[in-house]
Design a protein around this ligand. Structure first.
Ligand code: GLY
Ligand code: MN
Ligand code: MN
Length: 532
């Protein structure tokens, strides 16, 4: 204990107030009046949302249809502390973003409530009225303006007013102060005139607590509340929100194309950065940084942490440490996606020969994975099952592994449900839905996901790989330390699959000439591969 802690003041001061101990801000009326005076309007430029407003309204209507007569509570989620008083960049819950159309920066602590309005008497003929509760911009005559580092305009910039959001979203807006009563009023059993709530749980623990308390206080027999039944009610809402995203609307498809185009630009930046990466002790970080710079320049963020994996690191499926060297002659597996300002993300992988040319064995493995991807692509037809893509791709991989003498059983046995020996070298699924989340629609029922029918409007990945670890004694040495994945983003249409990421070359020769073309433009020639 030091002297300061022995003083009466520091002993009695609560810890959560001590964050202000470094503040020297005066609190006199004269100071407050001066800070509040003489400001012109901010002239803030909020991104246009008119384009998404109608789509978001249609999504709310679809959800309204499933939960007539019930209050639906969909939180954006709070800011999350990264360290002490520094937060992570805010990103709303994807279900909230989907139903409001809000992306980029909007709106910590906000909650969307769909209030039952009677059959067909809600917004646009739906059965609910939607209201967004959020913390609007406060006046410059408040202390919050210059003193609140989490929401004050002086600290984080201007935020929307209630009226601005109402006009831009086509959605009623109310100050967040009204939230508690909006969630808790009239809660109770429908048979006694009460309203039952469904909540997207585990997004904002304050809202979870509010709903739990309201349910407890209004239950007929509070001491015997069946929490499992209530959880199941809530889970049905999360499930419905997830399933609603299985089919993308036109606006979402545009956003996916934007995200993929930005991702393609990021891959070009990585190729440009490779010569420097090859000379750097943490070359993988050079690659990660090059992609991230482009993601921030043209999009909101990364959709997920970049996997920049050279050599044996490429055999670690989610290698995001990215601390490795990139050695001459190795393959670089780059799995990266830009998240657009709308929060839709791409998810693309290319495996590049860092010197610009595949060795014979690298090419052999690469082409097997490419053939598997092409088989997956051929299986991805409207009317087929989602799971057919994986079956088609992994059958090709099993065949190649058998040809190379690596599979300890026949191809038939390997592809059987109990066999699956090829999984030693390809242990992940071939496809997942893609959208606001990189692994989108994750709460959808299995019969609509893995056993679902491929339908126009779905967006998903095809991403087979082969991963031969350095320490794998079941394979000849020549394969060890080679990891290959090829991942494309696919839009299903009535005419078949469209590869949204086709602007990035996939064939081995095309990759080589694409890389050579980039270096020619840079006028620097192919990277030499010299390591420091
Ligand atoms: N980037 C993660 C995945 O491909 O699923
Ligand atoms: Mn993926
Ligand atoms: Mn990926």
């Amino acid at each position: 204990m030091n002297d300061a802690e022995n003083t009466p003041t520091s002993v009695s001061q609560p810890l959560d107030e001590r964050v202000n101990n470094r503040s020297q801000r005066p609190s006199s009326a004269a100071f407050k009046a001066f800070m509040a005076s003489n400001w012109a309007p901010s002239g803030q430029h909020l991104p246009a949302l008119d384009a998404v407003a109608n789509y978001a309204a249609a999504r709310r209507k679809a959800i309204s249809e499933k939960f007539k007569g019930e209050r639906l509570v969909i939180p954006a989620g709070p800011l999350k502390v990264r360290s002490n008083d520094c937060d992570y960049r805010f990103r709303p819950h994807s279900g909230f973003a989907h139903l409001t159309g809000l992306g980029l920066d909007h709106e910590p602590d906000a909650v969307l409530i769909l209030e039952p309005a009677g059959e067909g008497k809600g917004d646009g003929g739906s059965h609910h009225r939607a209201t967004l509760y959020f913390r609007p911009l406060v006046g410059r005559d408040t202390e919050q303006f210059y003193a609140d580092s989490r929401s004050g305009e002086f600290w984080i910039g201007a935020r929307p007013t209630l009226a601005e959001f109402e006009a831009r979203l086509g959605l009623a807006t109310v100050h967040i102060d009204g939230l508690e009563s909006a969630i808790t009023k009239n809660v109770g059993a429908p048979e006694i005139g009460g309203i039952s709530i469904r909540l997207v749980r585990k997004v904002d623990e304050n809202i979870d607590a509010l709903v739990d308390t309201a349910r407890y206080n209004t239950a007929k027999d509070p001491d015997n509340l069946d929490l499992a039944v209530l959880d199941a009610l809530d889970e049905k809402l999360s499930e419905a929100l997830s399933e609603l995203r299985l089919l993308k609307d036109e606006w979402e498809i545009e956003q996916m194309m934007t995200a993929v185009a930005a991702t393609v630009e990021g891959f070009v930046e990585v190729v440009k950065a490779l010569p420097r990466a090859l000379t750097h002790a943490r070359g993988e970080r050079v690659v990660e940084g090059a992609f991230f710079a482009r993601a921030r320049e043209v999009g909101n963020e990364l959709g997920y942490d970049t996997i920049a994996a050279a050599g044996n690191n490429a055999t670690v499926l989610h290698w995001t440490r990215n601390t490795g060297r990139i050695n001459a002659g190795e393959l670089l597996l780059l799995d990266a996606g830009v998240e657009a300002d709308s929060l839709y993300t791409a998810d693309v992988t290319r495996t590049l020969p860092v010197n610009g040319t595949f060795t014979a064995v690298q090419r052999k493995v690469y082409e097997a994975v490419l053939d598997a991807a092409d088989a997956g692509f051929a299986a991805a037809q409207p009317g087929a099952k989602f799971r057919d893509i994986h079956t088609a791709a992994t059958t090709v991989l099993a065949e190649r592994l058998a040809e190379w003498g690596l599979l300890p059983v026949s191809v038939e046995e390997a592809v059987s449900q109990e066999g699956q020996q090829h999984r030693r070298w390809m242990p992940h699924g071939t496809s997942h839905h893609l959208g606001l989340d990189v692994h989108d629609c994750a709460q959808a029922k299995r019969e609509l996901y893995l056993d679902g029918i491929l339908t126009a409007g779905m967006v998903f990945t095809i991403e087979p790989g082969l991963y031969f670890k350095n320490e794998d004694l079941a394979i000849p040495a020549e394969y060890r330390g080679i990891g290959v994945r090829i991942e494309d983003d696919i839009l299903m249409t009535a005419d078949g699959p469209v590869n949204l990421s086709a602007a990035l070359p996939r064939k081995a020769d095309d990759i080589q000439s694409w890389m050579a073309g980039i270096y020619q433009e840079l006028d620097g020639g192919l990277p030499s591969g010299a390591n420091r």
